[in-house]
Design a protein around this ligand. Structure first.
Ligand code: ADP
Ligand code: MG
Length: 527
């Protein structure tokens, strides 16, 4: 039988770290934590991604809170996708309850209540820093996905993006892309057909309808300017602690498509903006995605491939991504295989499916002489988890059933007043609070249509003037003919003078002469 001392020796050796590390808690032996058998995660390996899993109420969110606190203290900023809206309490110190101090005494760690620097970010109208992106930045592929378009419809969206690109019409918000859709089926129809091929109005009609749906779901709040600069997620406070950026997504849970597309676009943006990190001692940013199954549910094969690729590549930029979900089977294998840190809270064994999931999960963990993994999985207490990580050499650490430390910040949400005061003191809140509506596709196309209409009016006027001139010429000819006849009559020597005087007066007072003179004046004034 292995002993408590042997477990401590294995944990001490297996979780030793030359560089800086964070401490999650202490390893458990026969149901009790062994004081100072600390489970440490080297900062250097935090860009190797991770998984936090477990049934509801087993402690996943508190584990993220603990991790975020430790990271912030080490000067590593955090981005939390807060789907449930239960994470804001990290801004304020926790309260010292006896259960918490006892927990920390057993683990062998001090408990010092404290709050952390927080930014509250919102994609919609909630009180917080507004995070926006332009439709152009989103690109045709993701934009089509957010609308749930089929291949033909997505093709049309790509043409629209190309057309706007070719003509330098920025598509900033949904108003812009709606205008372009209207334009290409109406005034711009022949122009588009000539250069990009025929586009069915049924297809543009469908796209338009879906954009209106998206607007009604609050998408118009998200698309536009000022576009969020991701370097604003990497800030430290005046004490060198990393900011904990909380994106409050509780109003997006019932819109998995919006959520997953937003996630992918954000990751792509972070990937594009960040430089290669080289061999740094710690990550630039750690991202937690709570309720991660929302991203993978309903995701197409293409989207899954994209996520898998970006998870693989983003590591080299010093970004760690941590998926948080109830069942590890929610995460596709291609992604699961890339996760270095695994924190598995208790699973429940109600159904045959549950039991199979538990066996599969257990098989994915390193074997251990100290634990029967499948039994431990169902008997872990709240705030306890099976942990395995990567050591500084990238080798999996020994399995450790761990009693997690408690969050030192508040294990509850902020009040409205507290939220208000955080926003009032936030630099980012001011920077992003105003919506900007600069000249973009909407205005440019309106101008183009107006110009075209103006041109048409000008042409019409020119036609009218020409017709008038022709009429005048005809009348003049008639007059000349008349005069000639009169002259001939004069030659005939009939009562000469009287006749000539009469005809000159007739010409000078004729309507044709007056109209003709006014026509010329009108023209002079217009010029
Ligand atoms: N590390 C911990 N230390 C102290 N209490 C904890 C810890 N983890 C969980 N708890 C307790 O369990 C409750 C549920 O935890 P939570 O993280 O919200 O679960 P989950 O996110 O898995 O649904 C918390 O409100 C808290 O009272
Ligand atoms: Mg939770």
């Amino acid at each position: 039988m292995p002993t408590k001392e042997e477990l401590k020796a294995v944990i001490d050796a297996g979780y030793a770290s030359k560089g800086d590390s964070i401490v999650l808690g202490s390893a458990i032996f026969e149901g009790e934590p062994v004081a100072d058998a600390h489970v440490r995660i080297p900062l250097k390996t935090l860009n190797r991604h991770g998984l936090i899993a477990g049934a509801t109420g087993t402690g996943k969110t508190k584990t993220i809170q603990v991790l975020s606190e430790q990271l912030s203290s080490c000067g590593i900023p955090v981005l939390m996708m807060d789907v449930k809206g239960d994470f804001s309490g990290i801004a304020k110190p926790g309260t010292e309850a006896s259960s918490i101090t006892e927990r920390h005494a057993k683990i062998g760690l001090p408990f010092a209540p404290q709050g952390f620097p927080v930014e509250l970010i919102t994609l919609s109208g909630q009180n917080g820093v507004r995070m926006r992106a332009t439709v152009s930045e989103f690109g045709p592929v993701l934009f089509s996905r957010i609308l749930g378009l089929n291949d033909v419809q997505s093709g049309v969206v790509s043409v629209i993006f190309k057309y706007c690109d070719d003509n330098s019409y920025p598509i900033l918000d949904l108003k812009d892309i709606r205008k372009v859709l209207n334009y290409i089926t109406d005034e711009g129809k022949s122009e588009i057909e000539e250069n990009y091929g025929k586009i069915s109005t049924a297809t543009t009609g469908t796209i338009l309808r879906k954009i209106i749906e998206l607007e009604q779901q609050g998408g118009d709040m998200f698309f536009g300017e000022l576009s969020f600069d991701i370097s604003d997620l990497m800030r430290l406070d005046e004490n060198g602690r990393g900011y904990v950026n909380i994106i409050r997504l509780n109003d997006i849970q019932d819109k998995p498509k919006l959520f997953s597309t937003f996630m992918l676009s954000l990751l792509a943006e972070i990937y594009n903006q960040m430089p290669e990190q080289g061999d740094a001692g710690q990550p630039e940013l750690v991202i937690f995605i709570d309720e991660a199954h929302l991203i993978f549910n309903e995701a197409s094969k293409a989207l899954l491939d994209q996520i898998e690729t970006i998870v693989k590549l983003i590591r080299s930029k010093g970004i760690g991504i941590y998926f948080v979900t109830q069942n590890p089977m929610d995460i596709p294998n291609g992604v699961l295989a890339q996760l270095g840190l695994k924190i598995q809270h208790a699973l429940r064994a109600f159904t045959a499916n549950d039991r199979q999931a538990i066996r599969q999960t257990a098989d994915n963990y390193p074997t251990s002489e100290f634990y029967k993994t499948d039994e431990v999985l169902t008997s872990l207490g709240i705030g306890e988890a099976l942990v395995t990580a990567l050591n500084e050499k990238g080798i999996p650490t020994p399995l450790a059933a761990t009693m997690m430390r408690a969050p030192q910040s508040r294990m509850d949400v902020l009040t409205d007043d507290e939220i208000h005061s955080i926003n009032a003191n936030s630099k980012l809140y001011k920077k992003y609070s105003e919506a900007i509506d600069r000249e973009s596709a909407y205005e440019l196309l309106n101008k183009k249509i107006e110009d075209a209409e103006g041109l048409e009016r000008e042409r019409q006027l020119q036609r009218q003037e020409q017709e008038q001139l022709q009429r005048q010429e005809q009348e003049q000819e008639q007059l000349q003919r008349q005069e000639q006849r009169q002259l001939q009559e004069k030659k005939r020597g009939d009562d000469e003078m009287g006749q000539v005087t009469k005809s000159v007066v007739k010409v000078l007072t004729s309507a044709t002469f007056i109209r003709g003179a006014f026509g010329i004046l009108n023209k002079m004034f217009r010029k």
